[in-house]
Design a binder for this molecule. Structure first.
Ligand code: BG6
Length: 505
């Protein structure tokens, strides 16, 4: 609707970067910490790339001061990190581990002292294993009370200094990969009925935490971080447009509608009821959702890519839905749901080595969609490029990452010019870290960490990549540097392509 204005980002814009406890901390059994479901899962042979695990990760547990010094040197305005439940309540839900609280207090205090706004994710997938053993974790409604207690403990301990809270990271991903695709714990395959019930419990846990937050934390903000993969219909055939609606309802609005409105999308709920897959909703659940939705004051999104949607016949065979966890381009397969939709590759977009589409306009699409549908401000809690990095002349010249982030930031700015209220933009990630299933070779950071799959005793030393200095300049100039040089000049939006082709015609 509007062309990009070459103006600064707002003064209050939170230029950020993000991480998650399991992916960076290491020290998996130190200072009272107990195993999480990930500590156990990675020990099952064949589950992760070359058997990598987060036992040491990038040793942030011992190097957090150095890492925060680097953030301060960069000029970062916000740092999003998660807290490991297993450090806070390692053995049961009755005894708090003071050493766990102290660790995070140190991080928070140092961030605040350096002028970095701490943004805390309460849950980034590392459920205590004892809760999985006791009652199957998210499958049981008891998780709701336990999550509430854990969240309240954090609000009370840190709520004076932490004003930005994220309840759950990517509920759609940890449930989808855990209960449908069998690639995350608890490794269930196609358990759709359980998947929706688990999600219902997660929504309840989120909602209870939000209500507690309102009682405990003054002048704070809270929301969830949703992995939003916006969709485009493959063409103008009405059947494909309906397939897109089904995809949007079942893959996106199912979560975002609950966070923002406190209700499930109607057509999707009906579809699940008709197929015996709808969750059991007890009296009062939807009221709780609604109350929480009134308190949630931003939509958190993790944006990486878009999907293309095409109708899939009920006889369509989806195959195994193989994920590319090796970085060998072209090894992932088409996924979908027979009778509803499938997601073929978009021929207009290039992909990363892990077959994720690269689509900067997609983040603008996502932001505008959220703005229109929910009228909520947005926190972009993750966006980034997973890539192989190699040293040349003793440096990492990651121009590919710079171009990716630059194009996305310019698309964010354009959406802001079009009226979307974006509070924060967090890149994934600050340092390199463990990429769950993909080992250490899929790197995301501004700071290279000497950690690898098959190297014994790596130094774990930190080195700044070219992208570190690029982001530093973007922050210092409030985004004005983005309009010079590569990204801005090269950015060719769909609209410009269309305009050019209509002129030619
Ligand atoms: C998000 C997660 O799904 O994407 C992160 O919140 C994750 O934890 C990131 O690392 C990138 O995914 P991956 O699989 O490439 O590590």
């Amino acid at each position: 609707m509007k062309e990009l204005q070459k103006t600064p980002f707002p003064e209050s814009f939170l230029w950020g970067s993000a991480s998650a406890a399991y992916q960076i901390e290491g020290a998996w059994d130190k200072d009272g910490k107990s195993p999480s479901i990930w500590d156990q899962y990675v020990r099952i042979p064949g589950t992760t790339y070359k058997g990598t695990n987060g036992d040491v990760a990038v040793d942030h547990y011992h190097r957090w001061e150095e890492d925060i010094d680097l953030m301060a040197e960069m000029g970062l305005k916000t740092y999003r990190f998660s807290i490991a439940w297993t450090r806070i309540f390692p053995n049961n839900m009755d005894e708090v581990n003071q050493k766990g609280l102290d660790f995070y207090q140190g991080i928070i205090d140092k961030c605040v002292a350096k002028g970095i706004v701490p943004m805390v994710t309460i849950y980034h997938w590392d459920l205590p294993q004892y809760l999985q053993d006791q009652y199957l974790g998210w499958e049981d409604r008891r998780i709701v009370a336990d999550f509430k207690k854990y969240a309240e403990t954090l609000f009370k301990a840190f709520g004076d200094k932490v004003k930005h809270w994220i309840t759950l990271n990517e509920q759609n991903i940890f449930t989808g990969l855990g209960y449908q695709l069998a690639v995350h714990p608890p490794k269930y395959k196609n358990e759709d009925k359980i998947f929706y019930q688990v999600n219902h419990h997660a929504f309840l846990a989120h909602a209870e935490a939000v209500l507690s937050f309102a009682d405990i934390v003054e002048n704070g903000h809270i929301g969830a971080s949703f992995a939003y993969t916006p969709s485009y219909a493959t063409d103008a055939r009405p059947l494909n447009a309906i397939a897109k609606q089904d995809y949007d309802d079942l893959r996106s609005y199912w979560w975002m509608d609950v966070y923002a409105y406190g209700r499930y999308p109607k057509a999707a709920f009906k579809h699940l009821e008709d197929n015996g897959l709808a969750p059991v909703v007890e009296e009062g659940d939807l009221d709780l959702f609604k109350k929480a939705a009134q308190i949630v004051d931003f939509m958190g999104i993790n944006y990486y890519q878009t999907a293309m949607v095409e109708f899939a016949d009920k006889n369509w065979v989806s195959g195994e839905g193989t994920m590319n966890t090796t970085g060998k381009k072209g090894t992932s397969t088409v996924t979908g749901t027979p009778g509803l939709f499938k997601n073929p590759q978009n021929p207009f977009l290039s992909t990363t080595d892990w077959d994720w589409t690269i689509d900067a306009e997609g983040i603008r699409y996502a932001l505008r969609d959220i703005n229109s549908r929910y009228d909520l401000p947005v926190v972009i809690s993750e966006n980034g490029l997973g890539a192989f990095d190699k040293f040349e002349d003793g440096k990492i010249h990651d121009q590919y990452r710079i171009s990716f982030l630059q194009d996305h930031l310019l698309a964010v700015k354009q959406a802001m010019d079009e009226g979307v209220d974006v509070w924060a933009y967090c890149t994934w990630s600050f340092t390199d870290l463990l990429s769950w299933l993909n080992g250490y070779q899929k790197r995301y950071g501004f700071v290279y960490v000497d950690q690898h799959e098959e190297v014994e005793n790596p130094s774990l030393n930190r080195s700044k990549k070219d992208s570190f200095y690029w982001y530093q300049e973007a922050i210092a100039t409030k985004g004005m540097s983005l309009y010079q040089g590569n990204g801005a000049v090269n950015k060719i939006s769909e609209l410009e392509v269309l305009k050019a082709s209509s002129k030619e015609a």
